[in-house]
Design a protein around this ligand. Sequence first.
Ligand code: AHR
Length: 318
Amino acid sequence: MRTSRRSVISAIAAGLVAGTLAMPISASALTLGFAQVGAESEWRTANTGSIKEAAKAAGISLKFSDAQQKQENQIKAIRSFIAQKVDVIAFAPVVTTGWDTVLAEAKRAKIPVILTDRSIETKDPSLYVTMIGSDFTEEGRKAAKWMLENVKGQGDVNIVELQGTVGSAPAIERKKGFEEVIKSEPRFKITRSQTGDFTRAKGKEVMEAFLKTDKNIQVLYAHNDDMAIGAIQAIEAAGMKPGKDITIISIDAVKGAFEAMMAGKLNVSVECNPLLGPQLMNIVKDVKAGKQLPKRINTEEGVFPMETAAKEFPNRKY
Ligand code: AHR
């Protein structure tokens, strides 16, 4: 028996109306455009993995773009998501400023925008619905509080700082939180501070440069674990013992940091949770369902000193 194209289409339509065809209509109808920062760190790799897995599990179709740490690439990706008429746009902004024009374009196209991981500076908060991520200022405070409690003695403590990407929210806020806590303790001073762009290679390079000109360093504060791990290589190459000759404090608490702590080379890592995927997918659905959301949703995080590393390591998911 020959079946005409029209009768097949009518049968499908009838099945859909009657609800007899098993198609996940509402879920597969949602498309999310996600503009990621890049692949600069172990943290970022875990964050990307979490978003991809969670989108699949939620039945949300994901258009994913990697900006290679460049704002212009993220802007291009957002414009392309607008042109493709995705349902929702989410992105982790490389830097805090310079988003208003492209976000106004998304608003005109009636596409809601969710910020993940990093915040932005804008005069018009209506340009995004909500922001989910860590409290970076608090992470900086936690790092400094650990240092004040654990670096003993009476003399001056010279701290070198490896900052994250210039102009990014985590670099600005982790610096701010750390400085806020140490200002009441004048013996703790940041003597050198430079960006390592959140990568191992740059962390190593900058630490090598610090060590060439300065032998009087007691503490390294790195804005992420990857830069700390790079710096550990530079410290060892200079004939010193990381974790002993220089106390090393960093942020993220990725597996690589736990390995360094178990080897006695990193003293503490403050947690920054990258597993934002499941929460993001729920928010995407809530936004499309027209639910009211808080403007800021913070993730909860801990602090892991070296002594706890071996016990915690088997529980780590990133
Ligand atoms: O925005 C989060 C930061 O970005 C992580 O701490 C760092 O590792 C990453 O590259």
